[in-house]
Design a protein around this ligand. Structure first.
Ligand SMILES: [Zn+2]
Length: 378
């Protein structure tokens, strides 16, 4: 029966791979191909790489990013940022990003990057944004030709330890009709509360622009509270620590504090990145990741990759890990995907079109395939 197929778990890996996916939290400088890093370093005279063997480099990134500290994790970006200081390099990595996501059957993605990190060789912030947009346009064209149409929206990221957030917010508004759909703030969280950048957020709100804030990853509830109640974030990057405001009573019943209740009631999207959270110590393991509890309680949870290179991951892998750890079937994976699409920063009618024309029919087809296999097995 098809209804059983929807809850059957774990979902066979080939069906997870074929499922249409939506990704809201992915860093451009965290998703480079190791081969590309090596080629760009050679072309650019960048000599800081720990190795020039692609497989060894792939392993090095995962290893260095798995130290259990957000600060150490962020250090690995010196190399990916170091080799993307020219217009050609930025255009290439953006094209490859679109192609890699499309090959993973991602139908819609919001990819973020910080323009201010790519100015070392004389590019202006405008050039950086133009180059990345051109690369995404190239990638969307080639992905469509390869039979995997994908749409990419760009988020411009400001660095929370720096002071340029207002300028990046203005850049977001300036490019809003050309593929930039929102703003983000990222970087070391402890000691750098989002209210340091209030000016940028107030500007964005006056301009009716969308933004998300990395909050509740390395640091707890005060960071989430500021992001929502002072800054007015539309979504939370990670937000895993919201579980600190949920107590489990002796009878096993969860009791939500005021902030957790607010997040759930207002349907604030949580951009959760399971593998990344385990690497930085924000979660103990995939099996103990707060996503299990938050999904059960009906929070607006979404599944994301964060940094595909540092976690050696894809959307298919993150979904597979969750299906294995929590017994999620196709219905659950569709729920995460529809949650993400509803929470995207593109216009409402376009979100609905992707839900009704891609996500729902393609999931229905997968349920039928699985039902067929299950009935053959008898
Ligand atoms: Zn992130």
């Amino acid at each position: 029966m098809v209804s059983d197929a929807g809850s059957y778990a774990p979902v066979p890996p080939d069906l997870v791979a074929r499922a249409p996916k939506v990704l809201l939290h992915d860093h451009l400088d965290g998703g480079l191909r190791p081969e590309t890093i090596i080629e760009l370093a050679a072309a650019d005279g960048y000599d800081g790489l720990p190795t020039t063997d692609p497989e060894a480099l792939r392993a090095w990134f995962v290893d260095a990013a798995s130290s259990g500290s957000l600060e150490r994790y962020l250090e690995t970006f010196a190399h990916t940022v170091g080799v993307t200081q020219t217009a050609q390099a930025l255009r290439r990595v953006a094209r490859e990003c679109a192609e890699d996501l499309a090959a993973d059957n991602v139908v819609y993605a919001e990819v973020r990057f910080a323009p201010e990190l790519h100015l070392e060789k004389g590019l202006a912030e405008h050039d950086v944004v133009e180059s990345v947009l051109a690369g995404f346009a190239d990638g969307q064209r080639s992905a469509a030709q390869a039979g995997h149409p994908i749409r990419i929206g760009v988020l411009l990221t400001a660095i929370r330890t720096a002071t340029h957030s207002r300028r990046i917010a203005e850049l977001t508004v300036e490019f809003r009709d050309r593929g930039v759909v929102g703003f983000d703030i990222a970087g070391a969280e402890a000691g750098f509360p989002p209210t340091r950048h209030l000016d940028a957020f107030e500007y964005l709100r006056r301009e009716n622009a969308h933004f998300t804030i990395h909050a509740g990853e390395a640091f707890g509830l005060p960071s989430i509270w500021e992001a929502l109640q002072w800054c007015g974030a539309d979504r939370l990057g990670h937000g895993v620590r919201i579980v600190d405001d949920i107590a489990i009573a002796p009878d096993g019943e969860p009791r939500l504090g005021l902030l957790a209740a607010y997040v759930r009631d207002r349907r604030i999207p949580l951009e959760m990145c399971p593998s990344s959270n385990v690497q930085t110590g924000a979660a103990e393991s995939i099996e103990r990741h707060p996503i299990g509890l938050l999904r059960r309680l009906g929070f607006r949870v979404t599944v994301n990759t964060d940094n595909r290179l540092m976690s050696d991951t894809t959307m298919t892998r993150e979904m597979t890990l969750l299906s294995d750890a929590f017994g999620y079937g196709l219905n659950d994976l569709q729920w995460f995907t529809v949650n993400a699409m509803k929470s995207a920063f593109i216009p409402f009618d376009q979100r609905l079109a992707l839900i009704n024309e891609r996500i729902k029919p393609e999931y229905a087809a997968l349920r039928a395939v699985l039902a067929e296999r299950l009935s053959e097995r008898g």
